[in-house]
Design a protein. Sequence first.
Length: 753
Amino acid sequence: MTMRRVLITTLLLHLTLSGTVRYVDPHKEVGGARDGSWDSPFSKISECAVLLAGPGDECQVRAGVYHEDIVVSGVRGLEGNPAVITGYQDERPVIDGTVEVVPVEGKWDTSGDKVFGEIGEAIWQFFIGDTMMTNARWPNARWSDQSVFDGDKWAGVGDGSHIDLANKEGTIENRGSSLQDLKLNLTGAMAVMNIGKFNTFVAEVKHHDPEDNFFTYHHTFGNFEIETGLSRYFLEDKIELLDVEEEWHFDKGSMVLTFIPPVGTDMNTAKLRGKVQTYAINITDSQHLLIKNLDFFATTIKASSSSKTLYVDSLTFDSLKFMYPSYSKRMLNDISLIEWTDISGKFRGKRPDGCCGNFRFINNYFYGSDGLALAYHGDQGSVLKNNFFKHNDWTSNNMVKWGGGMATIYSDSQNDVIERNTLVDNGNGCGIRPGKTSNITLNHITGQCFGFQQNDGAGIQVTVKPQHNVRVENNWVMDSPKYGIRFDGERPNIGEHGNVIGNVVVKTNGVNLKGDYHTAMNNFVVESDRTNSKDSKCSLCMWKTVRRNLGVINQHSTVVNNIADIANGGYMFVREGDKIIQVKVDGKPAVWPIQGSTVANNLVGPDYTDLVTDPDNLDFRPVRNSPADEKKVGPYERSGRFYWIPGRQEEKASSPVPPHLSGSVVARRRRHVMWLNAYQSNFHQVYFGTTSEAVSTATPGSPEYVGDAKGGANVKPIPAKFRVVPGGTYFWRVDAKVGNKIVKGDVWEFTAI
């Protein structure tokens, strides 16, 4: 090839890879037509997005609030050089799915504490200021205090409840008399019903009389029996239920909005907004696309495939913030499924042959979704890393047919990496439900289904087929009435060859592994009876049978090097004649020994606090010269520089060990402080002292400077001059070097005993 041809080829390749950068800035005054240039930027994101085509094409969006429908289609980026929609530099544009709510007549009417008026557009979610209002409901609950997550704020289901499959009708009888005590006709209300264990359904009340303690509804949910002792429901979306502040109702026939504002609201200055949009960005027929540095309010993203040639693949969602991204249309009498954040490489339930469905979700924030926070359906190799999920899914209404349930994060993919995500106080019974052969590592899950609004589930729930070669490793799962980690199934449908290694599971319903050929190794699983409504009798549970199904499981499993306060093989059932009975000894249920072909070197018993440093303060390192230390049992070894802490890495150092404001730190064992390193930082500076002011103002030249931590290290010895003693209060700070700047950390505090 001649030099001229080489230069031409290089130039063409450069032009192909460089793409076109266009800008969006509605605030910039432009004399003529807008063309997307810096001097003449588009006013809408959609005007730019429609021009995205090839590698390197970009839409750089300036700060502002955007309310529009953005369609992205026909994008053909390249690996390492995608097409991009992003906030400009450090600016955070807001994509808003709401409109301002104002009365058609110009002012609101009032009646007692109720405010009402006709509005011009149908809404299905309502905000006053920063407060999301709660659909008028019974029993009462509010979003603002998170009582909507509380299963005790649902009504109980009585023994007269049943499903009539022939007539497609269901009946819910109220447990107690509280329904008939309302003296209201609730025909036409929406019933949210957790009547299928891990399935919660919605139906319109077909018939109810004020004197009745039951109601009927049209039934299309499948064939199952209602377990009345476990079931619950609430009613909403009827004007008669509007009776407390922060509730609202909208009548789509009259277009009248009625609400009781929060206490202290000044209606002359209050900002009222209503949701009118489901998806702000809709992606089809696109590959190698990056969406980054955008905020979403009351709206979200959908990506979908429609054929073998029109599919989505290699999409990356980076550093996006979703506030209230999805919400049901129950207020509009719509019982269809909530339309949540849904990214799919499938079409009509199928995957194009080996082509697509590889997605990356990096460093995103999900808060306040009604329904799943995130679902994705792909081929293989998707990555979900460093994301944060809080207060999502307070109804768990994610099914229209009885089935296997859903989760806060639902994956229908394979060979995924689900790493360093934090889930805090989400409502669904399941936190992470992975696809096949996934690697679930360094996630921190707390308070999953904390209000017990749904039955069954686990922080990490692995169904039968995905158990094969799954790795659930180095996670913390804590403070939940559900299982911490669960492998589901029973004979003849069981999973095999799953791995649960080096996890910390505390104050949950324990670890429950059904199936066979599984490995449970180096886990720390304790206090499974402290948060549960039932006595689980087991923390580390390798079952022999699944209750009355006497098909034997776990005969080839491995259980080694674990610490647990209680470990066994589940309740003992045997066959007597034609009956299967539960075995009891001295009136108490008998249990099988923990099952497996190799069960060795486990430390089981109530004295686990003698084995690890300070479990109440998140320090699970083995005590020096203890059996855990000598036998290498549990998830940690003694290390001078590294202590793995799971969960999302923030912009500055986080997750202090001991925890901030702890008043129970064991002085005799507190020789170090640990923390989770800042996102994209491997260099930190540590300060420690006895006054908050001194630590807050300290510099590397101060006496409080302990030293630096390089190469990802996150453990620092406490200097002898600040030796921790009972009754002492101590302060510390960790700064992070991110790029070329130092990000100052918070001042943390603990008191020793």
